[in-house]
Design a protein around this ligand. Structure first.
Ligand SMILES: CC(C)(COP(=O)(O)OP(=O)(O)OC[C@H]1O[C@@H](n2cnc3c(N)ncnc32)[C@H](O)[C@@H]1OP(=O)(O)O)[C@@H](O)C(=O)NCCC(=O)NCCS
Length: 185
């Protein structure tokens, strides 16, 4: 059976308002703008980017997970703003279990407008239908109310709480684990 995750070309997704596509060199500045924002990285495992070079390193990671077929990270391109306003995609894919984790982030100028609801819904559909994933997970800091609200809205259920699971920014943090199954689509 052919493996549905095996892509030679990065898959393009169009939603009503956005184009989801692979990262390109020209996106480095937009990604720097995104990840140098303190509010964006507050609940992420890294401190704000300090240079465009950090954004290029991030893009190298996107390319690596694609090459290894362990993930896909789409750039969210806003045609009106003519820029990349956020990202969304899969990581930590485990082939034998048909399982992957979803991750997402958006520039604060676009928060609260239903952007990620629209984008993540399309990405989830792609994961379950095209990639034939059986389970999609999300790990979130319990204080990240926006992300938790989004997950509930997308039909995710909380499975539990990983206590003091990671050491980040000088402290141990808990991570709430959420998931959605293919049968729950
Ligand atoms: C999480 C994030 C992607 C949400 O994106 P968004 O486009 O603003 O989300 P939406 O507008 O689609 O909103 C989804 C739901 O969350 C709610 N929501 C959005 N921001 C919220 C906030 N700060 N507090 C509580 N609820 C919030 C919305 O009201 C909506 O629910 P509703 O339809 O019932 O009203 C965005 O806040 C973000 O980029 N945060 C920083 C990066 C991050 O934390 N990523 C996740 C790491 S696990």
């Amino acid at each position: 059976m052919s493996n549905p995750f095996t892509f030679k070309q990065f898959p393009l997704i169009k939603t009503e308002r956005y184009t989801l596509r692979a990262a390109e060199e020209k996106d480095a500045h937009d990604l720097y703008e995104l990840y140098s924002n303190e509010a964006v990285v507050e609940f992420m495992p890294f401190t704000p980017f300090e240079s465009v070079k950090d954004a290029m390193d991030e893009m190298s990671w996107y390319a690596k997970i694609f090459r290894e077929q362990t993930g896909l990270r789409w750039m969210i391109e806003d045609g009106e703003a003519r820029k990349v306003i956020g990202t969304c995609g899969f990581l930590s894919r485990e082939e034998v279990h048909n399982r992957a984790e979803i991750g997402y982030d958006l520039h604060p100028a676009f928060w609260g407008k239903g952007v990620m609801s629209e984008v993540a819904r399309a990405v989830l559909n792609f994961g379950f239908m095209d990639l034939q994933l059986n389970k999609i997970e999300a790990k979130v800091e319990p204080q990240n109310q926006a992300s938790i609200r989004l997950l509930h809205k997308l039909g995710f259920q909380q499975e539990g709480l990983l206590r003091q699971h990671e050491f980040e920014k000088g402290r141990y943090i808990d991570l709430a684990v959420f998931s959605k199954l293919r049968s729950e689509l």
